[in-house]
Design a binder for this molecule. Structure first.
Ligand code: UD1
Length: 422
């Protein structure tokens, strides 16, 4: 078993380059299967979630190659529309094969998706969307297997009860090859959705309104293979900026789209953090006198839930009391136990509300990553703590942060992977 070992307190300076957005890439890879032929996806991040997706596409008889950050997929010879239980469980984004395979082959069999344990994570909105388009769904309660099929899919109006990212994208996939027009109301507006709609439109789909709350999809008969670039990862960028606010000495986060992280930048300003934006680069410096603030996570363009946990570490260093409220996921405070073990003073009111009393000196400890973003938060805590921190369960972190150890080492962190003695 591997662990991350950090000797805290080292300043961070130099350049960190941001990779492609995880949440785009994990949808673009399945989306390539909507087309026949060879699709090319550029700027795919080197995260383990992509390996799990490659295993799935290979199991469907789709060829996939990765050269650097360029992924090539040949979907001409797909023979199978069933995904095994093991592969379905490997990651949350396996759910995207439901929309894709249903659209293209009118049939898909797979199991409930996996992913971090940050809440119940139902997929009812995806399924209701497929049903509205005319699909039939059989569900086996014992093994959580879904068989989704349709004679034909017919466009319709689909109002979402909640602006779910996954449901919006999955319905977009299914509707792209349906007959007639589908309108998704209360659609999610996350930037990744625009990237995914751009890919589909380059394939020949007719989608308008991505990035707004109403997306209109005029179904087409077939889609042709094409090329797309994954947009920069706003969550990875935000995580390194938060580290820069604690330890930066002219740390430059490169390859960011600042417009995608406005809510974070506004909160950093409120806290008194100094940074400067130059095109796609943001230079940030450590702030010694952080103001406490309140954070409520919201759907885009609100403060992203995926940055709530890393932000909670910055708040442990603010001068006073901050409130941190998580509104998207009901189980995203598990990392707090470990921050308190390291010396933070955080009171959990319930699973979604925390009162963070700062500033606290953090001490190096033995801790466990509890989920992807919570794991990144603990890396942050280790970087500012006095002494040695050892983090277990690092697989969570490697699922979504490419080359995190190398990137942090390059800017001065004392961090490495070690083999556990157990
Ligand atoms: C995506 C992101 C994840 C991020 C989340 C919210 C991917 C692969 N993951 O997850 O990093 O934290 O958006 O920005 O892109 N819900 C339902 N029924 C459904 C679907 C969702 O009730 O059918 C609820 C969820 O329980 C949750 C909320 O809606 O409370 C948000 O979920 P959703 O936007 O769907 O998140 P994901 O697409 O799973």
């Amino acid at each position: 078993m591997k662990q991350i070992k950090i000797n805290g307190g080292k300043p961070l300076s130099g350049e960190i380059h941001i990779g492609g957005a995880k949440n785009s890439a994990v949808a673009l890879i399945p989306a390539a299967l909507l087309a026949d032929g060879i699709s090319v996806i550029n700027n795919v991040p080197n995260i383990t979630d992509k390996d799990a997706l490659f295993e799935i596409v290979k199991s469907l008889n789709c060829e996939v190659k990765m050269d650097g950050t360029v992924v090539t997929l040949d979907s001409s010879h797909i023979v199978n529309t069933t995904i095994s239980e093991k592969l379905s469980h490997q990651l949350r984004a396996s759910y995207y094969f439901m929309g894709v395979l249903l659209a293209k082959y009118k049939h898909v069999e797979m199991y409930f998706p996996g992913g971090c344990n940050i809440g119940a994570r139902p997929i009812d909105l995806h399924l209701k969307g497929f049903e509205a388009l005319g699909a039939k769904i059989e569900y086996n309660e014992d093994n959580h297997k879904y068989i989704i099929s349709a004679d034909e899919l017919i466009g319709t109006r689909i109002p979402l009860e909640f602006a779910s990212v996954g449901a919006t994208v999955n319905i977009m996939f299914a509707a792209s090859l349906a007959k007639g027009i589908t309108t998704i109301e209360n659609a999610a507006k996350e930037t990744e959705i625009i990237n995914i709609a751009d890919f589909l439109n380059k394939m020949g789909a007719k989608i308008s309104g991505a990035g707004t709350s109403t997306i209109i999809i005029e179904g087409v008969e077939r889609l042709k293979a094409t090329t797309i670039d994954v947009i920069p990862d706003r969550i990875e960028a935000g995580t390194y900026l938060l580290m820069g606010a604690l330890l930066g000495e002219d740390l430059v986060v490169c390859g960011v789209n600042p417009n995608h992280i406005t809510s974070l930048l506004n909160k950093l300003k409120d806290m008194g953090v100094k940074f400067s934006i130059n095109g796609d680069k943001i230079k940030i410096n450590k702030c010694n006198n952080l103001n406490p603030i309140n954070i409520t996570t919201l759907v885009y363009p609100g403060f992203p839930t995926d940055l709530g946990q890393p932000m909670s570490v910055l708040l442990t260093q603010a001068n006073g009391v901050s409130l941190f409220e998580e509104t998207i996921w009901e189980n995203r405070m598990q990392h707090i136990e470990y921050l308190n073990k390291m010396g933070a003073n955080i009171i959990l009111k319930d699973n979604t509300h925390a009162i963070i009393n700062g500033p606290s000196k953090l001490k190096g400890s033995m801790i466990n990553a509890t989920d992807l973003r919570g794991g990144a938060a603990l890396v942050m805590a280790g970087l500012i703590a006095e002494g040695e921190t050892i983090i277990s369960n690092i697989e969570y972190i490697l699922r979504g942060y490419e080359n995190i150890i190398r990137k942090l080492k390059n800017v001065g962190a004392d961090i490495r992977i070690i083999k556990s003695e157990e």
